[in-house]
Design a protein around this ligand. Structure first.
Ligand code: ADP
Ligand code: TRP
Length: 331
């Protein structure tokens, strides 16, 4: 067991897909076997885009159920809802006072919005609420509150973790050594999981396969993967095939090698290849899928897991916020 503390947040903006699983959830679940891990559903971070409480709540349960069903180690991992821990709101407010405005101006998430507005001939701040603008401060509060060492994130979030480190540094300079400095850890290069159309699997492209889609839907989606128009007899290139790329994330090394040879030998149609992919993914996911369905039908069990997690998270959060208030306010 490592003595480093791992922390990450999962934003409940949709039902997790195979890309989220391979790129983010699976590595996190693996880390939870050997590290004390804080995992929270970042519902406060979803608020700047989703204004429908039922949607946030449904996505929160789905994300929690996915993590538990896929094997998060609940002995080492504290799983909770971000919004259940009051000190995170307090810490975000307090950190505002040591965070330069210029840092927020440079945040990728805000800059992307300004660029889009400029391209569309709109005011640069059109559609930007303060939740989006101060997003990195709330994220710093998450990271610093739970005294985390390692923050595994996708490449798009690396800058935010660096900001958390910067903000901790500004704070410690002014008030003494209160915060531990976190390190971003960019997930090992799993490569991007392709979607049905061959582009990156992403909800923005509407090309996803839901992680725990029922068997029939999984099959239908896999059959819809776009391929080139080679005949069954022709030799095929595994390295540019979405079917093959997806297969590599679920099969053993020997199976991957065998499938590669079948592409290179010719004589295998894409229909056959898709069936093989379906059988593989289905056999790997059918156990966890049944557990996911069971949990989604037993919300009370998820509530218990989340409230147990909140109690464990609160113990650490209360300690940090007390130290921060003492350092800043003298009481
Ligand atoms: P989406 O692109 O569907 O909106 P998110 O941006 O919410 O997905 O991604 C959440 C996490 O899942 C991120 O850490 C990201 O790195 C990972 N992820 C998303 N899509 C993929 C993909 N196609 N391949 C690998 N990882 C992915
Ligand atoms: N912003 C992250 C995302 O969009 C989610 C998140 C919120 C997070 N707080 C965090 C990730 C703290 C790591 C650490 O995916």
């Amino acid at each position: 067991m490592s003595d480093k503390v791992v922390l990450t947040g999962i934003k409940p903006t949709g039902i997790p897909h195979l890309g989220n699983y391979v790129g983010a959830l699976k590595p996190l679940i693996e880390m939870s076997q050997t590290h004390r891990t804080f995992v929270f559903i970042a519902d406060l971070h979803a608020l700047n885009t989703i204004h429908n409480p039922d949607e946030i709540s449904a996505n929160t349960y789905a994300a929690a159920a996915v993590l538990v069903a896929a094997g998060l180690n609940l002995k080492n991992a504290v799983l909770f809802r971000q919004s259940d821990i009051t000190p995170v709101y307090e810490l975000a407010t307090l950190l505002m006072n040591v965070t330069p405005k210029g840092l927020m101006n440079r945040a990728h998430s805000y800059k992307a919005m300004m660029d889009k507005n400029t391209a569309n001939g709109l005011d640069i701040d059109a559609g930007v609420n303060m939740g989006l603008y101060t997003y990195p401060i709330l994220m710093a509060a998450d990271i610093l509150l739970y005294k985390s060492d390692i923050v595994p994130v996708g490449a798009d979030q690396k800058q935010h973790v660096e900001f958390a480190r910067d903000i901790a540094g500004y704070f410690n300079n002014l008030y003494g050594n209160v915060f531990r400095l976190p390190e971003p850890v960019i997930g090992r290069d799993t490569g991007l999981i392709p979607g049905l159309d061959g582009r990156k699997m992403s909800k923005s492209y509407d090309n996803t396969i839901s992680l725990f889609a029922p068997e029939g839907e999984l099959k239908k989606k896999i059959m819809r993967i776009i391929t080139d128009s080679k005949t069954p007899e022709e030799v095929k290139d595994p390295d540019t095939s979405t079917i093959f790329q997806l297969y590599t994330h679920f099969a053993s090394a020997a199976e991957i090698d065998e499938f590669r040879q079948m592409f290179l030998a010719g004589g295998m149609g894409y229909g056959t290849a898709k069936n093989r992919l379906f059988d593989k993914i289905n056999s790997v996911l059918s156990g966890p899928r049944a557990e996911y369905e069971r949990l989604m039908a037993n919300r009370g069990e998820l509530d218990d897991i989340l409230s147990d997690g909140a109690a464990r998270a609160r113990a650490v959060a209360d300690d940090t916020i007390a130290r921060v208030k003492r350092a800043m306010l003298g009481h």
